[in-house]
Write a protein that binds this ligand. Sequence first.
Ligand code: GDP
Ligand code: IMO
Ligand code: MG
Length: 429
Amino acid sequence: MAVDVLLGLQWGDEGKGKIVDVLAPQYDIIARFQGGPNAGHTLIFDGKKFVLHTVPSGIFRREQLNLIGNGVVIDPITLSKELDQLDAAGIDYRGRLFVARKAHMILPTHRLLDAARENAKGERKIGSTLKGIGPTYMDKTGRNGMRVGNLAAPDFKERYERLKEKHLQLVGLYPYIEFDLAGEEQAWFEAVDRLKKLPFVDGEFYINQALEDGKKILAEGAQGSMLDIDFGTYPYVTSSNTITAGVCTGLGVAPQKIGEVIGITKAYCTRVGGGPFPTELHDATGEFLRKEGAEFGATTGRPRRCGWIDLVQLRYTIMLSGVTQLVVTKVDVLNNFETIRAADAYRVDGELSRELPFDLVHENYEPVYTDIDGWNSDLSGTKSESELPDACINYVKFLENKLGVPVTMVSTGPDREELVLRSAGVQVR
Ligand code: GDP
Ligand code: IMO
Ligand code: MG
């Protein structure tokens, strides 16, 4: 048995949550492997909407087990609020939601540091979600972090105090910002008590034993490949590996255990926060996409920047992750276009190039577009390929052709049911 992977190929918010929820019944375990509550994964079904930040998107399928893997950074406060949301909806997660002991925890002062650093950056700020992600991964790689498994240690409180003191010294380097430390700490310790009630596992043994037992596992990515710490638009990135390689370190599975890699792209492109976005539209079309696609952050509510699909960028992230099948989401957002555009190459210093330049922030480049006929009709809720207009099928085939990977699913609306499964595509086991 292998671990299948599902990840975003752009700058995040491709619709990962929805597709994981759709695929979950085909798997035994859904596992998050990186990122933290900077993620906002939206699921809509039976007229209800849920946004998950830490809990894997398999939680609403009652037969499935869910694991928060060692590569994830957990804020007990956010997690506790998510559990409240599940309780309120009558979703029984008890015995179905496991936490890896080696996952690191986000302390209140990680969030304080995140805010102080971003504030001090002014114009150059990353546009972080301010969830403490960067500082927590810094403590992980700096070998100062606190792991879920440490909660059981008798000196846990002393360790917490030591790390907090270090953070407060660092915060002193930046201009003052308002933060109710005492209140946040109280909420954090209460949430930690809640976290302790979830079953902790040695995630690497848990996953490998499950594989040996013939279980099917889906690894759920967060953020997007262009936010990867190594290959994204550095420094405008997040602090984890969001590509397939992150599954190996974020769950403890060997590379040869990776099976299908399902890459998700919107039919256009968005980005939230700062940093380069080559195909961004600063005009009425960009505004139209934001409105039609309801492009506002699921975690922060910020308006997302919108633009055309970027095939140069997608070929890059498909290469990095070894994507074996594609899912194209939000095609319905392009309902009202005579013509759709796709960047198929970049002009870099006057020369045509099909590769991303080293530094998208400073280099001199511009996208070169190909025009495709739009379908100019309402696709919302379409569920079968035969109902899709020819122009839409042509667009999907154009993407397959340009990207060299079959499109197995086309999403036509936010609801779980609004999805076209393509017979032409490779089926997930
Ligand atoms: P994620 O972070 O990748 O899980 O994506 P988000 O949940 O942050 O953002 C995707 C948004 O698009 C959510 O509001 C979804 O409900 C919505 N969505 C997902 N698929 C579709 C689709 O095919 N059409 C439309 N119109 N909305 C979609
Ligand atoms: P999902 O899983 C979109 C962006 C932030 C910021 C940068 C760094 O919902 O796709 P961080 O908080 O990680 O320090 O922020 O990354 N970002 C996301 N953008 N979707 C996400 O997650 C994101 N998580 C982080 O906006 O630009
Ligand atoms: Mg999101």
